[in-house]
Design a protein around this ligand. Sequence first.
Ligand code: GDP
Ligand code: MG
Length: 442
Amino acid sequence: NLSDRLGGVFDRLRGRGALGEADVREAMREVRIALLEADVALPVVRRFIDAVTEKAIGQDVLRSITPGQQVVKIVNDELVEMLGGQGHEGLELDVKPPAVVMMVGLQGSGKTTSTAKLARYLKQKHGKKALMASLDVQRPAAQEQLKVLGEQAEVATLPIIEGQQPVDIARRALEASRLQSFDVLLLDTAGRLHVDEALMAEMNAVARVSNPAEVLLVVDALTGQDAVNVAQSFSGEVPLTGVILTRMDGDARGGAALSMRHVTGKPIKFAGTGEKLDALEAFDPERVAGRILGMGDVVSLVEKAAATIKEEDAEALAKRMEKGQFDLNDLRMQLQQMNRMGGLGMLAGMLPGMKKAKAALQGSGMDDRVLLHMDAIIGSMTAKERANPALLNAKRKRRVAAGSGTQVQDVNRLLKMHQEMGRAMKQIKKMGGLKGLGALFG
Ligand code: GDP
Ligand code: MG
């Protein structure tokens, strides 16, 4: 996992103000490996590393996170940017109807399935009246396949006429769309096993008669490096407007997405995430970036932490912790911070490898209400009790429980947790102080 690796690289430079060139270059070696493992094509990796290195060198390290986390964040931001930035660009269907969407790609890439998914999507999300037509006369049952999918998706398909050639089918589909006032016409073209001249000639002929508003290249994300070659050949031959990346539900690590974007220069508009017709999603650069780096949502956790934790608070707390003075006021501050950051579930959900911890928390009945209860319990104590929990005898505990609407056992549980945290902190102090905590996040 990249975050672990970078944590290692940056262990030695805790406490320094800015990211130095040598350290950044060393970290980039790890980033490079992570990208290659995610199946990003080599030229794309190089360009990416150059861009990130330039951005990272000399950046100040936020005080609330470690340099390793900071680099992960820079890497992540750049990845998101290269994958298309925030928000997806959607389809450009604002033309005189019917807006023609042409699907192109190799055989087996998922064109026919994606055609039906997209038609269903446009119908359900945008209320479009869509017609689908299969121009695949290569494979015997291809047109029948689209018809069956159309029935499942409740989207019309052009009636099949045996023996008709692709360009003629396209013409007939256009005519039918005009006559029956369809908003969108989706053309599912034939693929080949390899890119060849006949395939390209056919696609171009179809494009000439149908004047498509969108030409979407359908690529199988699992083919990794190969997908790049495919994208390259197609984008040199037909005027692509976007990409659909299928089989993102497989174990592809998303590297194809980065390469695709780089090679075609066109946005990835949708991701196929399964065989079912509802398994189509607007492409989400942030999610894919996280997947490429294989780091859960560490980055957003880092961002939230940086935004939420006031530096002064953190520093004062650090001093108190190191002196062994962590009292219930400090605990309360921590609980409130946790709440601001989205509660226990969010915390557990974001850290990699924390799934188990989350399950354990849920199993123990510990949820976000518990955070609020704890806050109420501490709120019902006197200032003296908060500073010195040892004062809390049975009688005082009963008062606090009554005051906070909880049970004495809840008060006890809180005190026990505080004690355990105190013990853990002594441990951390032995390991090299609070900054050592950063390692837990990396
Ligand atoms: P075409 O030859 O390009 O038209 O490809 P098809 O649409 O016929 O798809 C080939 C196979 O891939 C079919 O079995 C589909 O169910 C499957 N498939 C398509 N898209 C996805 C996807 O996003 N995820 C998964 N798991 N399977 C997909
Ligand atoms: Mg097909």
